[in-house]
Design a protein around this ligand. Structure first.
Ligand SMILES: C[C@H](O)[C@H](O)CC(=O)C(=O)O
Ligand SMILES: [Mg+2]
Length: 395
């Protein structure tokens, strides 16, 4: 089957929520005194926006084929990622067939390796990769999960991330992951408050509902170990991203020191097969949590997940809405998915990437059946303000 060639690649910045889900207005639970590596500075403790967590905004990548079909994707990366896509990566796409997914990924990665390898550059690569899969699905008139091998179960099952696991339970989710509010700089009192919050939630949700702490890279090994042992008493299911993503040695120790039965999870800020190989070979965690918009896209996530599968490690992708749903539904070692509660009070289910996607599906009673719409099954909401700061070498 002959495919139309790629004739244009466009990259835009969008502000206000969406894929940059930390870019929210005042009073949102996601910016309410959450422990971070910057919490050691009192002036950056109350709000993550104060140190610039939302400085980038969303990157939108559109790839247009010569028959006018457009694939698109959103991820975090904003203006610097637009520069990379338009000025560097578009050369590996324009005039090429959209079926060359592997070759295009390889050329983007190795063509930028001298300044890239992780972080923003891999976010930009991920955005292009996801837009390419969306284009392929739209050209073939098939959902991406068909292209990835087909569903291994009928529907997705979700846990919720947000400030109100008690409400998440009422909404049908299987568990609730709470942000950790106090880090090591807030001493014993902060530790006590963290445990009190867990104890309160445990009382509200009962014994069997999963409760987890998301520590967003804020802790050191000693604090994380103490927190894990104190939280064990209240049945904490997992302790997430307790340490810096670079501290593989710390994670390996934490996994040894965690109470029996408590899972150590990490990986949302890790990238590529090589980064995840390190986490797995060093026995850093029980569950890896790649973000498909940050780890290298679906092309790279497949390689990461295959490695994890061979080691009996679960892959529960971080957030990412439809981009992770189409992957999770195809994998036995991804038995459930994350849903980020983006309602400011975490009291209702709203689309995770609102307002950037049209037709974004959401769980109902904690479950979701994926549609058969082509690509990732969503359209770009053109009512949001799209800003194209650079123009590359397209039509
Ligand atoms: C709630 C966390 O601090 C963060 O904003 C989201 C995250 O790490 C997750 O969903 O996992
Ligand atoms: Mg997390």
């Amino acid at each position: 089957m002959a495919f139309p060639l790629i004739r244009d690649v466009r990259a835009y910045v969008v502000r206000g929520g969406g894929a940059d889900y930390h870019d929210q207005g005042d009073g949102h639970w996601i910016d309410d005194h959450i422990a971070t590596p910057m919490s050691r500075y009192p002036e950056y403790r109350q709000s993550r926006q104060s140190f610039g967590i939302n400085v980038l905004g969303t990157l939108v990548v559109e790839i247009e084929a010569s028959d006018g079909t457009i694939g698109f994707a959103v991820t975090t990366g904003g203006e610097p990622a637009c520069y990379l896509v338009e000025k560097h990566f578009s050369r590996f796409l324009i005039g090429r067939s959209p079926v060359e997914v592997e070759k295009i990924w390889d050329q983007m990665y190795f063509g930028s390796q001298y300044y890239g390898r992780k972080g923003l550059v891999v976010n930009a690569i991920s955005g292009v990769d996801l837009a390419l899969w969306d284009l392929l699905g739209k050209l073939r008139q098939e959902p991406v999960y068909h292209l990835l091998g087909g569903a291994v179960r009928d529907e997705l099952t979700f846990y919720a991330t947000g400030a109100r696991p008690d409400l998440a339970k009422q909404m049908g989710f299987i568990g609730g992951k709470m942000p950790l509010h106090h880090g090591p700089a807030e001493g014993e009192e902060g530790l006590r408050k963290n445990i009190e919050e867990l104890a309160t939630m445990r009382e509200r949700v009962g014994e069997d509902f999963w409760l987890m702490f998301d520590c967003w890279m804020a802790l050191d090994l000693n604090y994380a170990t103490k927190l894990a042992h104190k939280a064990h008493e209240y049945g904490l299911k997992w302790i997430e991203e307790a340490l810096s993503p670079d501290d593989y040695w710390g994670y390996a120790e934490l996994k040894k020191k965690a109470p029996p039965g408590m899972l150590v999870t990490t990986g949302e800020h890790e990238a590529t097969r090589w980064g995840f190989r390190m986490l797995m070979e060093m026995d850093c965690c029980d569950i890896i949590q790649p973000d498909v918009g940050w780890c290298g896209g679906v092309t790279e996530l497949t390689k990461i997940a295959n490695m994890a599968d061979s080691r009996g490690i679960m892959v529960i992708p971080h957030g990412s809405s439809v981009y992770s749903y189409h992957f999770v539904i195809t994998r036995h070692n991804s038995p459930f998915a994350e849903f980020l509660m983006m309602a400011p009070k975490a009291d209702k289910v709203v689309p995770m990437f609102h307002p950037q996607l049209l037709g974004e599906p959401v769980p109902v009673n904690g479950k979701l059946k994926l549609s058969d719409k082509p690509g990732f099954g969503v359209e770009l909401n053109r009512e949001v303000k799209l800003h194209r700061p650079y123009v590359g070498q397209g039509k």
